[in-house]
Design a protein around this ligand. Structure first.
Ligand code: LRH
Ligand code: MN
Length: 385
C-alpha cells in the first residue's frame, strides 16, 4: 500500500485557466458570480483547487485569453499562490483570418501569421518557465473539393517543423487531434495516427496529447494510450468526459469506467513513473456548474480512477491472462474498479494535513462568497468566441 500511497502523493493534475472563466455553447454562455476578470484572478482560483486537493500544482494558460503585459510577473504571482505555470496553449482558431485555416491556409500571409503566433507562445514559455507548448488546430474544410487535403498536410508539416526548431533546451510541444468541429468534412489533425505520424517525423520533442472528448463514438481510447505510451509518444491528456461529442464535461462524470481503463493503461505503461513526463491536464468547461468546485471534483475523479488502477492485482491478472482464464482476468480487473477508494484518499489527505473532503472544506472556506463580493464590475473572463 505504501507504493500506491507514494504514487498518489506524487500525482500531478494540471488545471486549465479557461475553466474558471465563463463558457458555454453557441446557444448561450451563462455568466456566473465571482468569475475572474483577468489571468491573475484565474490563478488565484486555480490555487484553491491545489490548496484542497494537494495534487493540482500547475495551471495551463491559453493565449491570448491569458495575455498580460508581463508574463514573468504572472509567473511570480503564480509562485506566490503556491502554483506554477504549466502548458502554454496556442490559439489559431478565433481570428477572422483563420476562416479557411491557420497554418494550413491557402494563403502564405495567413500561414505566416499563424506560425508567428505559435513562435510567440514559445517566447511566453521562456518568460514563464513553462516547458510545454500545446498545439490544437481547428483547421479543416467543410465541403469536398474546398481545398487540397494533401497540400494542407504539407503546409502543416512546414509550420510544425519551424516551431519544432524554435524549441529550446527541455522544451517540447504536444500535438492535439480532434475528429471534427469546427470543421465538418475533414479536420487536418483528426486522429491519433495523423498526430503520431507528424510527431515521429519531427523528433523526440514532439508528442501527442489525447483529449478524451475528441474521438468518434465507440473509439477505444485506452488502446490509443497503450500504443502511444509504448512508442514514448504520449505527451499528455486533455481530460474531460462526454455523452455525445466534445461536450467538455467533468472528467469521469460521463464514463468513470472508461477513465479507470485509461488510467490502468497509464499505470501499466509506466505513465506515472517519475520522469515519464506525461502531462495530466484537464480541459473542461463548467457551463452551468460552479467552476472551482467543478475543478476540485474533476481532480478527485482522476485521483479516484488512478487509485483504483493502482489497486489492480497485476500478478493475479498476469497469471489469469497467461492461463487464458478470460473471466478470471476480467474479475481481477473489475475487483479493483469496484473497490471504494474514497476512505484511502481521505486518509491520504489527512496524512498530508489536508481536509479529508476537499469539496466540503472548500464550501466551508467562504472563498466563493469573498470573490462574489469582491469581483464586481470589469469584464468577466470567457472564451470571447
Ligand atoms: C479544442 C480544445 C483545445 C483547446 C480548447 C480550449 O476543442 O480541446 O485543447 O485549445 O479546447
Ligand atoms: Mn483539448
Amino acid at each position: 500500500m505504501t507504493d500506491i500511497k507514494a504514487t498518489l502523493l506524487a500525482q500531478h493534475i494540471e488545471t486549465p485557466s479557461w475553466a474558471f472563466g465563463n463558457s458555454g455553447t453557441r446557444f448561450k454562455v451563462f455568466a456566473q458570480k465571482g468569475v475572474p476578470r483577468d489571468p491573475y484572478e484565474k490563478l488565484a482560483d486555480a490555487a484553491q483547487v491545489h490548496a484542497y486537493t494537494g495534487i493540482a500544482p500547475t495551471v495551463a494558460l491559453h493565449i491570448p485569453w491569458d495575455k498580460v503585459d508581463d508574463y514573468a510577473d504572472l509567473a511570480r504571482h503564480a509562485r506566490e499562490l503556491g502554483v506554477g505555470i504549466g502548458a502554454i496553449n496556442s490559439n489559431v482558431f478565433q481570428d477572422d483570418d483563420y476562416m479557411l485555416g491557420s497554418v494550413t491556409h491557402p494563403s502564405g500571409r495567413v500561414r505566416r501569421k499563424a506560425t508567428d503566433h505559435l513562435l510567440e507562445c514559445v517566447d511566453i514559455m521562456d518568460a514563464t518557465g513553462s516547458d510545454t507548448l500545446k498545439l490544437w488546430f481547428s483547421d479543416g474544410i467543410n465541403y469536398p473539393g474546398q481545398d487540397d487535403i494533401r497540400a494542407r498536410q504539407d503546409r502543416l508539416a512546414e509550420s510544425l517543423a519551424e516551431v519544432y526548431d524554435r524549441l529550446g533546451e527541455g522544451q517540447r510541444f504536444l500535438l492535439e487531434y480532434k475528429l471534427f468541429e469546427p470543421a465538418f468534412y475533414t479536420t487536418d489533425v483528426p486522429d491519433w495516427g495523423t498526430a503520431y505520424a507528424h510527431c515521429v517525423k519531427l523528433g523526440p520533442k514532439a508528442q501527442v496529447v489525447v483529449d478524451t472528448g475528441h474521438h468518434a463514438p465507440g473509439v477505444n481510447i485506452e488502446f490509443i494510450v497503450a500504443f502511444l505510451l509504448r512508442e514514448g509518444k504520449l505527451g499528455g491528456f486533455d481530460f474531460n468526459s462526454r455523452f455525445y461529442a466534445d461536450d467538455d464535461l467533468m472528467v469521469g462524470a460521463a464514463d468513470p469506467f472508461q477513465l479507470f481503463r485509461i488510467m490502468y493503461e497509464v499505470v501499466r505503461g509506466g505513465g506515472l513513473d517519475a520522469g515519464t513526463g506525461v502531462a495530466f491536464m484537464l480541459d473542461q468547461c463548467h457551463n452551468i456548474e460552479p467552476k472551482i468546485p467543478g475543478q476540485i471534483r474533476s481532480v478527485m475523479n482522476v485521483q479516484e480512477a488512478t487509485a483504483k488502477a493502482l489497486l489492480v492485482d497485476r500478478e493475479a491478472l498476469a497469471a489469469a491472462q497467461a492461463e487464458g482464464d478470460v473471466l478470471g482476468a476480467n474479475a481481477v480487473f473489475m475487483d479493483a474498479y469496484n473497490t471504494d477508494v474514497r476512505p484511502l484518499l481521505a486518509e491520504l489527505r489527512e496524512e498530508r494535513g489536508l481536509a479529508p473532503d476537499p469539496m466540503a472544506a472548500y464550501a466551508k472556506s467562504g472563498y466563493f462568497e469573498k470573490i462574489a463580493a469582491e469581483r464586481v464590475g470589469g469584464q468577466q473572463a470567457g472564451w470571447g468566441a
